[in-house]
Design a protein around this ligand. Structure first.
Ligand code: FA5
Ligand code: MG
Length: 448
């Protein structure tokens, strides 16, 4: 019975995404209509949109150093598992591949989870373009938490720079040009580098590279990103000064490098900045592992390269003082009319509509074949699909195991709130009811 119900409500043989048809797969397909609806919105190239303004700002700043980057902004979001994972060397059991984290179209096709999916292809084109670097901006898709800084569709900018031939004098010369640009630039970052004091075996260099190479290329990567983020923050301060000359304006942004792990870079780092009293992660990066370059057709040991992936939405929130990531998707003229290409300004909130909170508490079923394991992202997805952009956050507030029966219970707190209008109690009750029904139908939970 469960199986029949699943097929009749969820399964379609063919899905149309961005005007193209794709065969579904009974076990893999988990992309929902509300997600498919976002394909083609491409905020990173939408005129007068904050994400577009930011993309343009970063492209210009990086190109101003030594004109080393080709830009790609139009890649299709439907990619193969090969592009998204295998070309980068993701291990077969990496959690990023799982259905709980990724929107699959079918077993071999998915909505890209990061712009790194296009690295291999772009590396293979470096020879033709004649430029040693490239920038790829695109919409990316992930099953993820729900709160003010997470949305299932967001935008990344991939940046890569390669030294084919590994010429130390060339890397040194490029670093010098970059350093000169930084020296001219008004630096507003207070940079901490935690990774410098960490033991190197946590985050090792690749054996074919020399220490000097890794050091120089790491410096080039780090200084490039410091230039980008400093430029963003400088623009922020300038706009605040212009708008309000007497205000007490912060002049520094706290910025830190943290060791990280990615399957296709070593060493690897993440950048965090201090925002709204917390560290906000805005970028992952590292020295590219040789396997990616070999897959792209480079000869063994012939090249060294860095790569980064910037989270554009979060940086746009910082640049324009946009408090909630959902606002970026608003079509309300009160939002979109506030921004103009080439111009940085402070977002003026037009009123915060009242919200409404509901709890949903339930017992999990025993894990058997008929009762699939429930991942937190599955719960997020049901709320997302029922509430669309009317949900601001979903948080686990209670977890409990009955000592006698060993049964587990969870309680999630859902905060409903619209960016554009008032929502009624009736409306919230209906959505909440749907969330409960779907949890019961799909995961066989028992509501408390
Ligand atoms: C990556 O996606 C890697 N591809 C980055 C990379 C590129 C590493 C090249 C090495 C070399 P990560 O999963 O950390 O890494 O995501 C990068 C950034 O995307 C994050 O720092 C964050 O700013 C942003 N991001 C991640 N998830 C979300 C989300 N749900 N909503 C908004 N922004 C997000
Ligand atoms: Mg990360």
């Amino acid at each position: 019975r469960l199986l029949l119900r699943f097929q009749s409500t969820d399964a379609k043989e063919v899905l149309t995404i961005g005007g193209k048809n794709f065969k579904t797969h009974p076990e893999y397909t988990n992309v929902t209509p509300s997600i498919i609806n976002h394909v083609g919105k491409s905020l990173h190239v939408k005129p007068n949109h904050p994400v577009n303004i930011l993309r343009d700002l970063i492209e210009k700043k990086l190109s101003s150093v030594d004109n080393a980057f080709t830009t790609y902004n139009k890649f299709d979001p439907v990619v193969s598992t090969f592009q998204n994972f295998d070309s980068l060397g993701f291990p077969a059991d990496h959690p990023g591949r799982s259905k709980s984290d990724t929107y699959y179209v079918n077993d071999k096709t998915l909505l890209r989870t990061h712009t790194s999916a296009h690295e291999m292809e772009c590396y293979s084109k470096v020879g033709e373009t004649g430029k040693p670097g490239f920038l790829i901006s695109a919409d990316v898709y992930r099953r993820d938490e729900i709160d003010k800084t997470h949305y299932p569709v967001f935008h990344q900018m991939e940046g890569c720079r390669v030294w084919n031939g590994r010429s130390i004098p060339q890397i040194k010369a490029d670093l010098k040009v970059l350093q000169k640009k930084l020296d001219e630039h008004e630096m507003n970052l207070v940079v901490e580098d935690e990774s410098l004091s960490n033991p190197p075996d946590v985050n090792p260099k690749q054996s074919y590279m020399t220490d000097e190479e890794v050091d120089l290329v790491s410096q080039h990567l780090k200084r490039s990103l410091e230039l980008v983020i400093s430029e963003v923050f400088t623009q922020r301060i300038k706009s605040m000064r212009a708008e309000n000359p007497n205000a007490d304006i912060p002049t520094e942004l706290k910025f830190r490098w943290v060791n990280a792990y990615f399957p296709w870079t070593a060493p690897s780092w993440e950048i965090e900045v201090w925002w709204n009293n917390d560290w906000l992660e805005i970028c992952g990066c590292g020295i590219v592992q040789q396997q990616v370059l070999l897959n792209a057709g480079y000869k063994e040991n012939s090249a060294i390269s860095w790569a980064f992936g910037l989270g554009l939405d979060r940086i746009a929130m910082l640049l324009f003082e946009i408090p909630d990531i959902r606002l970026l998707w608003s079509e309300d003229p009160r939002f979109i009319s506030q921004f103009k290409d080439g111009h940085i300004n402070t977002f003026k909130p037009y009123s915060k509509y009242p919200g409404s909170t509901r709890d949903v508490a339930f017992w999990l079923p025993d894990e058997t074949k008929e009762n699939p394991e429930v991942h937190e992202n599955d719960i997020m997805e049901i709320v997302r699909d029922s509430a669309g952009s009317l949900v601001e956050s979903v948080k686990l507030v209670d977890r409990f195991t009955n000592p006698k029966t060993n049964k587990k219970s969870l309680c999630y707190r859902i905060h409903y709130q619209s960016m554009d209008r008032n929502i009624t109690n009736d409306e919230v009750n209906k959505i909440q009811k749907q969330v409960e029904t779907r949890l019961v139908d799909k995961y066989n939970v028992t509501l408390r």
